[in-house]
Design a protein around this ligand. Structure first.
Ligand SMILES: O=P(O)(O)OC[C@H](O)CO
Length: 206
């Protein structure tokens, strides 16, 4: 059953709603902004209505399978780990995009909302908001780069980990976090590499 539910969750995550909504609006998100087939590029290219729909659908494809399975015998103990990782993997390596997907931020929020009844997703959102305020303050209100945004997404997930520990979440949830963190590092690898290279070459740059 674990394999079955993992496959179902993977297929759910692999549905590239923002990308398809973009195509419906005659926009190829892979050619817009940073090329990520996600809701932000949909929002910026096609307006807030489609953008909000993209956020909601990309969130729900992570949230629904996990929320529906939580508490059932199928996901007791460590069985939750592959099932929770599956929607994020599905988005990052979508068969609908020939194995290439998106950064997996919206689906990450969906999965954690399902896993922890919104609790950890809210903590992560607050940490990201604080990091964004700090970045805006440092840059005196000027927009941040996509590389700096990626650094915030990944470091925010790292900073959120102590909350899981303090709240005494069970070990399988910790493993879900580790898998998600490593996946976010992977999906943001190019931006992180550019971000750290810039920091090395121009210490004043962020
Ligand atoms: O991480 P994604 O692919 O869900 O996209 C979300 C935002 O567009 C990231 O910039």
């Amino acid at each position: 059953m674990t394999l079955w539910w993992t496959a179902v969750a993977f297929i759910s995550g692999s549905l590239m709603f923002s990308y398809w909504l973009g195509l419906a609006a005659r926009k190829n998100l892979k050619e817009i902004g940073d090329g990520n087939p996600g809701a932000l590029n949909l929002w910026q290219s096609s307006g807030y209505r489609l953008g909000a729909a993209g956020v909601a659908l990309d969130f729900l494809k992570g949230y629904l399978p996990i929320a529906l399975l939580m508490g059932s015998a199928a996901v007791q103990g460590f069985r939750i780990v592959p099932i929770a990782a599956a929607p994020i993997l599905g988005h990052a390596f979508s068969p609908f995009l020939k194995g290439r997907g998106g950064k997996a931020i919206a689906v990450t929020f969906g999965v954690w909302s399902g896993l922890t009844e919104f609790e950890f997703a809210l903590v992560y959102a607050i940490i990201l908001a604080v990091l964004l305020i700090i970045a805006k303050t440092v840059r005196k209100g000027r927009p941040t780069s996509s590389e700096a945004d990626s650094f915030q997404v990944v470091s925010g997930m790292l900073l959120a980990f102590p909350y899981l520990y303090i709240r005494d979440f069970p070990a399988p949830v910790m493993w879900c976090w580790l898998g998600n963190f490593l996946l976010l590092v992977y999906t943001h690898r190019r931006e992180l590499s550019t971000f750290f290279r810039r920091i090395r070459n121009e210490p004043g740059a962020r």
